[in-house]
Write a protein of this length. Structure first.
Length: 362
């Protein structure tokens, strides 16, 4: 059974249109296959100069590491993992494809670890530049048994294990007590903040001036302390604590003489003066009554402690009598003349209120 194909854009018979379509399809397929083979054959030759292909053997990889995972250096992407295969000894080999211009300076002594490439926790292979070694070249294979795992998932897993093992009931009770004790210290902390705020508001000099004043005070403090100690030592190291031969001890003879002198002064002098005033009070009236009169008048003059306040109020009133600038003071004075007979009648004729009679309220 013949197949009839009718195409408006191809002229000719049905047979001719059929062969034309088949030839076009085969040509397109052939061009695609040749292009793919040429890309795979020719592209590595041109790409080899700008890409470094190295292998890294690690005991294990972090979660989320696979073919296509980014390789970073100081946070900048410099390549990707092209393949991840398991070897016979159960280690893993990561085939890395690195940009040679961005991996400049890396040597085979570099360290490797796994960590997030951003805040979303996407895992990447991190390279750490180390001194020494030879520059990286395609085909090199490096063995790294101490690849660190600092990924987000590993951190959460280890954190969960630590919390599960340490956050016991006793730990929770301890944390609760710490929180309650800290809450009790809140007033003291608040008082400290208020005090610091008051100091800051009342401070009128910059810290350098205040520190200079403090330094001046501390500068003389050693001399003051030394003189104080010497004064105390002089009070201790005197004749009262030395015996006649110069040794340390209580000089009983000195204290006996001092007691006798004080007894003679108190009893002989002041006692005799008291006896004289007592037996001759009428003959010594000016000497005895004058001090008594002076000291007796003191409570009355002081008005039982209210005198100073009254004097202060009186001074304030006198101060308000004179107003104005210093070179032109004005005396504030009010004269009451409405009670005088010569003034009362004229004030009544003017229609002003007549003054009240004697004794009436004003």
């Amino acid at each position: 059974m013949s197949r009839i194909v009718n195409q408006d854009f191809i002229r000719g018979s049905d047979r001719r249109q059929f062969w034309t379509l088949n030839i076009a399809a085969v040509s397109v397929i052939a061009v695609v296959v040749v292009s793919f083979i040429g890309y795979k054959t020719v592209h590595p030759t041109f790409d080899s100069s700008s890409t470094i292909h190295v292998g890294v053997d690690v005991p294990s990889v972090a979660p989320g590491v696979h073919a296509g995972t980014k390789v970073i250096l100081r946070g900048n992407e410099i390549g990707r993992i092209t393949a991840l295969t398991r070897r016979a000894d159960n280690t893993l080999r990561m085939d890395l494809s690195l940009h040679s211009d961005e991996a400049h300076g890396l040597t085979d002594a570099m360290d490797i670890d796994f960590r997030p490439e951003n805040y979303f926790g996407v895992t990447a292979v991190n390279l750490v530049k180390k001194s020494g070694g030879e520059n990286l070249a395609s085909g090199q294979v490096m063995d790294r048994t101490n690849a660190g795992d600092y990924t987000m998932s590993t951190m959460l897993e280890k954190g969960s294990i630590d919390i599960d093992g340490s956050l016991t009931n006793s730990m929770i009770e301890t944390l609760d007590k710490v929180i309650r004790y800290t809450d009790g210290l809140t007033p003291m902390i608040q008082a400290g903040i208020v005090f610091a705020d008051r100091v800051a508001k009342t401070q009128r000099a910059i810290p350098s001036v205040l520190l200079g004043d403090l330094n001046n005070t501390l500068e003389v403090l050693p001399g003051f302390s030394r003189q104080s100690i010497e004064a105390l030592y002089d009070l201790y190291d005197n004749n009262t604590n030395h015996l006649p031969d110069g040794t340390w001890g209580r000089d009983d003879a000195f204290w006996s003489d001092l007691n006798a002198a004080m007894d003679a002064g108190m009893n002989g002098l002041f006692g005799a003066a008291g006896s004289l005033l007592k037996t001759h009070d009428t003959q010594l009236t000016p000497a005895t009554h004058l001090p008594a009169a002076i000291f007796g008048a003191m409570p009355t003059l002081m008005a039982n402690g209210q005198g100073p306040s009254k004097v202060s109020a009186l001074v304030d009133r006198y101060s308000t009598v004179f107003t104005g600038p210093d070179h032109g003071k004005t005396l504030n004075m009010k004269l009451i003349v409405d009670t005088l007979p010569a003034v009362t009648t004229p004030l009544a004729l003017t229609g002003l209120p007549t003054p009240p009679h004697q004794g009436a309220p004003r």
